[in-house]
Design a protein around this ligand. Structure first.
Ligand code: MG
Length: 260
């Protein structure tokens, strides 16, 4: 069921969006060559506790998960792109890091993800990250009253196809509200003009993610971490966005913190 939020409810979601933005900005700033992924998860856990927020991940146990997630942060490194379960790994020069974080504040959820390179970046990784960032910007531009879900999907796909990337549509955007995942599903590929009409009050997480040279994923033995089937690297950009008559509001915007 698709739920629409009143302007007052969208305002009530702002603290969750701001908190998620602050956590990702902090983690991004503190993630360096030599950082252990378990440290990043503990850091996020400490920030959740200090803010009186709740993790959306720690008890998350969907049908495809082997067991409850047990951590508060997704850390997907290099050829891992989604649902990376933090493990005892120390980041190396040139690693491509994707952090995905969702939390609830005052009973409202926000969800966001960012990709970046630690140390010396390869040009092809920077180009891939740029592509998911531009796809997210295009998705947000199309998140307007009067458009349809398919307009967002088509806008994301156009950016990927311009770089000759194939798109896996197994995982994509979703409604966000009292819980992390609601209707509607927002696929990262689709036809413009099709699907659910975007109405004022719809709040969705938009999350383009792409791999260099494949659209096939394999799951790690940990039961969670999703990796490219051919070893090529991935990037993921996500924001929680409220659709309003005045245009899209990016609830998880980090720009006020001086980071993109
Ligand atoms: Mg997310």
């Amino acid at each position: 069921m698709i739920e629409l939020r009143t302007p007052a409810e969208i305002d009530a979601m702002r603290p969750a969006g701001r908190f998620v933005a602050e956590v990702l900005a902090t983690l991004r700033d503190e993630t360096k060559v030599g950082t252990n992924l378990l440290h990043l998860d503990r850091r996020a856990h400490d920030m959740i506790r200090a803010a009186g927020a709740e993790s959306c991940y720690i008890d998350y146990h969907p049908s495809f998960g082997a067991s409850p997630f047990g951590k508060v942060l997704c850390t997907s490194i290099n050829d891992a792109v989604l649902h990376g379960l933090p493990h005892d790994y120390v980041l190396r020069d040139g690693d491509l890091v994707s952090l995905d974080f969702a939390a609830s504040v005052d009973g409202w959820v926000a969800d966001s993800a960012v990709s970046f390179v630690v140390g010396t970046a390869r040009d092809e990784d920077l180009a891939l990250i740029d592509t998911t960032q531009r796809a997210l910007a295009a998705a947000i531009d199309h998140a307007t009253v009067g458009n349809k879900i398919g307009d967002i999907s088509a806008a994301i796909a156009a950016v990927a196809h311009a770089r000759d990337l194939k798109i896996n549509t197994d995982f994509g955007g979703h409604g966000v509200g009292r819980t992390m995942h609601g209707d509607p599903h927002v696929a990262n590929d689709g036809k413009a003009g099709r699907g659910y009409p975007l109405r004022a009050g719809l709040v969705v997480a938009l999350e383009p993610w792409f791999l260099h040279t494949t659209d096939r994923l394999v799951t790690d033995p940990d039961g969670w971490t999703l990796r490219s089937a051919d070893g090529s690297r991935g990037s993921h950009s996500e924001h929680t966005v409220a659709i309003t008559p005045e245009g899209p509001i990016v609830l998880t915007d980090r720009s006020f913190l001086g980071v993109d």
